[in-house]
Design a protein around this ligand. Structure first.
Ligand SMILES: NC(=O)c1ccc[n+]([C@@H]2O[C@H](COP(=O)([O-])OP(=O)(O)OC[C@H]3O[C@@H](n4cnc5c(N)ncnc54)[C@H](OP(=O)(O)O)[C@@H]3O)[C@@H](O)[C@H]2O)c1
Length: 367
């Protein structure tokens, strides 16, 4: 079977611990090279992960003619510049979330992508590819909760290490950029629309200056989405989607475990809740394979890169609202310009009986 030959920009934890091992299990991916600012680090990671080539600079990786696609898990301030360099080197690019430091920066990447129409480019919002989100989308689309009216989502962990990239304000740290981007992304995914206006409240760490506790309201017109994200709270993640006739609860919405089934509950009115146990799946493997298939078959990637810029516009609007203490409107052209969502059919397995609600601690370290 044909496989895409991947190279990885840096020895980032998310790559070495989650994404690379997951992509190595994929049907359409092979990880052929890893790079680092330090050759020793690249060699150690290559040895640990069974990768054949190690480079002591990112430039050398991009110059390797035997690499088709680049996975970019650099810190947020380097997402756009290195993704642009990778495109110019003729590589397809899967870039970590959030797309950059601003919507304008993200748009520069979109523009560069348009100059290379033969190359695929996508933001790595892996959660979207997990079957539990296909199920949630399908339940909403099928009217199983009546009319969608509001979403409540929560994502938090506790990390006060000043050396962690999440705690460095100047390179794109903070709760909203690291994990609030998921709260915003899922809201836009489930509504299939852009919010018309948003309100944000931000509490910053007095020393590190990053936002450590951010809450937001997204007004979609037909309904709302409210969320809280934090880098200095007990670790937890949960999503509830409410309609006029029922609701959906996703137990581990973002860091879905790859070694056991995920659980989703659907309850209509006061009826007995229906519990779905999703087939065990690794969302990073699915993401790598979907992207690689798009390259192999020259089809669209699951999520258009424009979606990443739209998400960043909402992040910026939440921060502006918090700064100015008022609702911030999003231009109406943005509502209409939203990219299509993936609509693959879910394959849920309804589990018998009722379960204790919300009992399992989520696997959450960071976004
Ligand atoms: N999708 C997900 O599930 C998920 C989860 C976690 C994180 N992420 C995203 O992935 C990215 C990386 O997160 P991470 O926690 O894996 O980061 P990390 O462990 O700190 O790794 C970042 C890597 O970037 C390289 N780097 C280059 N310039 C740097 C600089 N100025 N400061 C620090 N590192 C620099 C370093 O690699 P070398 O020394 O090898 O060059 C470093 O190991 C972030 O954008 C984050 O939002 C996504």
């Amino acid at each position: 079977m044909a496989k895409i030959r991947w190279g990885v920009l840096s020895t980032a934890n998310i790559g070495t611990e989650k994404v690379i091992p997951a992509m190595q299990q994929g049907a359409y991916c092979q990880i052929d090279a890893i790079s680092s600012r330090s050759l020793e680090k690249a060699q150690a990671a290559a040895a640990q992960l069974g990768i054949s080539r190690a480079y002591g600079s990112y430039e050398e990786l991009l110059a390797d003619p035997d690499i088709d696609a680049i996975y970019n898990p650099l810190p947020n301030h380097l997402h756009v510049s290195w993704s642009i360099k990778a495109l110019r080197a003729g590589k397809h690019v899967l870039c970590e979330k959030p797309i950059g430091l601003s919507a304008a920066e993200g748009q520069a990447l979109v523009d560069e992508g348009r100059r290379h129409p033969q190359l695929k480019l996508m933001e790595a919002f892996m959660y979207r590819h997990h079957p539990q989100w296909k199920l949630a989308q399908q339940l909403v689309a099928d009217g199983k909760i009546g009319e969608l009216r509001t979403i409540q989502s929560f994502f938090s962990y506790h990390n006060v290490d000043p050396d962690n990239i999440r705690n460095q304000a100047d390179i794109g740290g903070g709760a909203l950029m690291d994990i609030g981007c998921y709260n915003i992304s899922l809201s836009r995914l489930i509504y299939g629309a852009e919010p018309r206006r948003v309100f944000g409240i931000v509490q910053r760490d007095p020393e590190m200056k990053i936002d450590r506790l951010t809450s937001g309201i997204l007004d979609f017109g037909s309904g709302t989405s409210t969320f809280t994200c934090s880098t200095q709270l007990t670790s937890r993640q949960r999503v509830n989607i409410y309609g006029t006739e029922g609701h959906i609860e996703i137990e581990i919405p973002f860091n879905a475990p790859a070694d056991r089934p995920c659980k989703v509950w659907h309850q209509r009115g006061s009826e007995e809740p229906e519990r779905f146990e999703l087939e065990t799946a690794n969302q990073y493997t699915i993401q790598g394979d979907l992207f690689s298939q798009a390259v192999l078959e020259d089809t669209d990637v699951p999520t258009p890169i424009e979606d990443a810029v739209a998400n960043m516009r909402v992040i910026e609007a939440i921060l502006a609202s918090a700064e100015e203490g008022r609702w911030v409107e999003l231009p109406s052209t943005i509502h209409a310009a939203r990219g299509a969502c993936p609509t693959e059919s879910p394959t849920p397995t309804p589990a018998a009986g009722r379960d204790e609600r919300g009992c399992q601690p989520p696997q959450s370290a960071a976004g």
